[in-house]
Ligand binder design. Structure first.
Ligand code: FAQ
Length: 333
């Protein structure tokens, strides 16, 4: 069974270096294929550390999609119109689909989905920090679509060219759907920001609360990132955490300006020389606390996932019984 890696960052880096010091002929041929931009497929040779890194990242990504349904699910019964309710339900269903593609991609690496899900339910698996923040007002649904899906796309478009074939192919469809999600979020924010004074205040409040956590989605600064260097060498990651964070900020500030909203960062300003926005210090203590499982909603999220899984037992049993019946029929025919 795959278990969450509990080694310290220093230990992980040391182990990685030791592992890489013993390069076999197969490893060298593998790296040549990577350098040549070929996709690696499930039955191809791959170093054990590459396989483990992929399982870790894909599983965390799958869990994020599934847990990510919860902050939005909180608003399905209170959506202000039938149109908004339908859009929200469709979006949440899409996230479930993304989780399924990703668990399937992880399974091609020799892990069982049940084991991954069990790890999540036992609180041992990581998922994106962003989903441990509460969705407090209706504008949060707009902010999640605009900022959280916006950050997700910025990170995931390069993953369409990640070196592992099944992960890359899953990302192509995921990105198309995330792009729709981002636009519906922005459209919702626009309706709120151009609405009554109270609606505009709600939109600003949502931006204030979701801005910094959205920047944290890209992971720790490059200098503190355990996996970036090796994942870039393997072309699992195509850009570093800081590069993608900057790309997201540069794209999002003009969108906030068009909404007439203020990004809650007094240090934010365009830097002509760099051709990028400069931005203020991210609260990394808060980030690491949430990574450790101390986020506001962390306990609720796991409890809700466990309850949903237990409540869904009859659906899984019915699906299995139906599949067994179909197999029986096929065997007789
Ligand atoms: N949250 O060395 P790095 C979505 C951990 S999907 C929690 O930089 P890496 C859709 C990291 O795991 C959002 N933990 O790690 C949606 C590692 O710990 P470990 C999810 C984090 O992997 C929208 C340690 O810190 N997207 O939103 C986070 O090279 C709306 C050191 O970090 C993906 O998963 C974090 N934010 O880079 C759904 C995309 N950041 O494992 C519903 C794929 C870092 O050693 C509604 N993943 N950590 O114990 C990736 O691109 C990468 O995994 C990064 C992190 C960039 C997230």
């Amino acid at each position: 069974m795959y278990t969450t890696d509990l080694r310290t960052k220093e230990q992980k880096q040391k182990d990685q270096q030791e592992q890489l010091a013993t390069v076999t002929e197969d490893d060298a041929a593998f790296q040549e294929r990577i350098d040549d931009d070929q996709f690696i497929e499930p039955k191809d040779y791959m170093p054990e550390a590459y396989r483990k890194t992929l399982i870790r990242q894909i599983a965390q990504h799958a869990h994020s999609e599934i847990v990510g349904m919860l902050p939005e699910g909180n608003w399905v019964t209170r959506a202000p119109s039938l149109r908004r309710k339908l859009i929200l339900i469709a979006k949440i269903q899409d996230e479930a689909g993304h989780g399924l593609y990703l668990y399937s991609a992880a399974e091609t690496l020799g892990v069982a989905r049940d084991d991954l899900v069990q790890e999540l339910h036992e609180g041992k698996a990581k998922y994106s920090t962003i989903f441990n923040y509460p969705s407090l007002n209706w504008a949060d649904i707009g902010a999640i679509g605009w900022l959280v899906d916006g950050a997700a796309i910025t990170n995931q478009i390069p993953l369409c060219r990640t070196s592992y074939g099944p992960y890359a192919r899953a990302m192509v469809r995921v990105c198309k759907e995330e792009s729709f999600h981002q636009r519906q979020g922005y459209e919702l924010m626009m309706a709120m920001a151009k609405g009554s004074e109270a609606q505009k205040e709600m939109a600003q409040d949502a931006l204030n609360r979701w801005w910094w956590p959205s920047l944290m989605m890209f992971g720790p600064p490059d200098a503190e990132s355990t996996h970036t260097a090796q994942s870039m060498a393997w072309k699992i990651k195509r850009f570093t955490n800081d590069e993608l964070r900057q790309r997201f900020i540069d794209a999002t500030i003009p969108q906030a300006e068009a909404l007439g909203l203020t990004v809650p960062d007094p240090d934010l300003k365009w830097n002509e020389e760099r051709g990028h926005y400069d931005y203020g210090e991210i609260d990394w203590d808060e980030f690491w606390a949430v990574v450790r499982g101390e986020g506001i909603c962390a306990r609720d999220r796991i409890r809700d996932r466990v309850n949903a899984y237990e409540d869904g037992a009859w659906v899984r049993e019915a699906a299995e019984a139906y599949a067994a019946k179909q197999n029986q029929k096929a065997a007789v025919a």
